[in-house]
Design a binder for this molecule. Structure first.
Ligand code: ACO
Length: 312
């Protein structure tokens, strides 16, 4: 049974009226948004690490500048999203603490290692490509601050996707046989994890139905996964590469690509923390904070001194 407030809330949502921070909202709606937006923010900032790994080894100055700009964008997305989360009453430091204690999730995709330069291309193309397909509908999310944050985020993700694809295209067109093989290897490793990014299939997605009724989510996980696949396969063919999926083929009847079974065991293992680099990523964040403590201490000491000087 819905309370009068709840009914009014749902009517607004149904009429596509945005919910704003000071409006009444069900506790479940608030909790779901804090969960999703904090997870999303954590993914953006943890996502900086696998790419940061290649900054010092980018092949040219131009590539280094591009990659650095992209990684800085991801930091910006994280800060945007933490701000949106704060409008719901959550505390940023507390939520980041939970990440560092390993109590909350971040995207499965960022627990995989980045082994070669081609991985920078594959991540830009596939991972940011998947992120766009997932985030474009979030621009119409019922919660105003989240929806608005997604507009700029999606624009920047489009640049990320193009820079990634262009890295791979250059390697395929101008590269040596070894470099071409590197591209195919990166695709082989990131193909399935990219499809997993969309989350469990609808039947195993406990949050989807309610999130769709609240118009936090606009589509089920499977629908977006299929949309991503349909737009990605022609790009894969244009590159001259293949997918590590023998069942991938165009289906004339459905107008979509059919694809093989996702290894859900691997996905759920990653979520439980049994992943190649999940623990290492969190460790890296924690040690960056610890190692930077002296800088923050020094900044505070300097500010105090300036304050004293001004008083004297
Ligand atoms: N990695 C880690 N956890 C995941 C993933 C994934 N790829 N997909 C789903 N999960 C988690 C969910 O968070 C949920 O866990 P919880 O209930 O303990 O919080 C559980 O698996 C079940 O999944 P769903 O019921 O389908 O969860 P939800 O409705 O939240 O849908 C989705 C998952 C699609 C990822 C949604 O949260 C979303 O759209 N989030 C915003 C986008 C985002 O976070 N992107 C991050 C990666 S992209 C990037 O940053 C570059």
């Amino acid at each position: 049974e819905m309370s009068p407030e709840e009914r009014h809330f749902q009517e607004k949502v149904d009429a596509e009226v945005r919910i704003e921070p000071k409006n009444w909202m069900p506790e479940g709606y608030r909790k779901t948004l804090i969960r999703q937006i904090s997870q999303h923010a954590h993914s953006e900032i943890v996502g900086m690490l696998p790419e940061g790994n290649w900054l010092t080894r980018a092949p040219t100055l131009k590539r280094k500048l591009q990659l650095m700009a992209k990684i800085q964008d991801e930091a910006g997305h994280g800060l945007y999203l933490y701000s949106a989360m704060e409008t719901l009453g959550a505390d940023r430091d507390e939520e980041i603490e939970k990440l560092h204690r390993g109590e909350v999730k971040f995207s499965s995709i960022f627990t995989y290692p980045t082994l070669t330069w081609a991985d920078m291309g594959a991540i830009g193309w596939l991972v940011d490509g998947a992120a766009i397909v997932n985030q474009v509908p979030l621009q119409r999310c019922s919660y105003g601050p989240y929806a608005r944050a997604m507009i700029r985020v999606c624009k920047e993700e489009s640049f990320h996707q193009r820079q990634g694809y262009e890295i791979l295209l250059t390697m395929m067109r101008e590269g040596t046989d070894e470099q071409k093989a590197m591209v195919q290897d990166a695709i082989n490793r990131f193909w399935w994890p990219s499809l997993m990014m969309f989350g469990p299939s609808d039947a195993n997605s406990p949050n989807s139905a309610q999130s769709m009724a609240w118009k936090i989510k606009r589509h089920g996980n499977d629908e977006l996964r299929q949309r991503f696949l349909d737009q990605t396969v022609p790009q894969l063919e244009f590159l001259g590469c293949t997918a590590p999926d023998p069942d991938l083929k165009w289906n004339e009847e459905t107008g979509h690509y059919d694809f093989g079974e996702i290894d859900w065991q691997e996905f759920f293992d990653v979520l439980k923390g049994h992943s190649p680099c999940g623990i290492e990523r969190i460790q890296q964040r924690k040690s960056a904070i610890d190692e930077g403590q002296w800088v923050r201490d020094a900044a505070v000491a300097y500010a105090r001194k300036q304050e004293q000087k001004a008083k004297n």
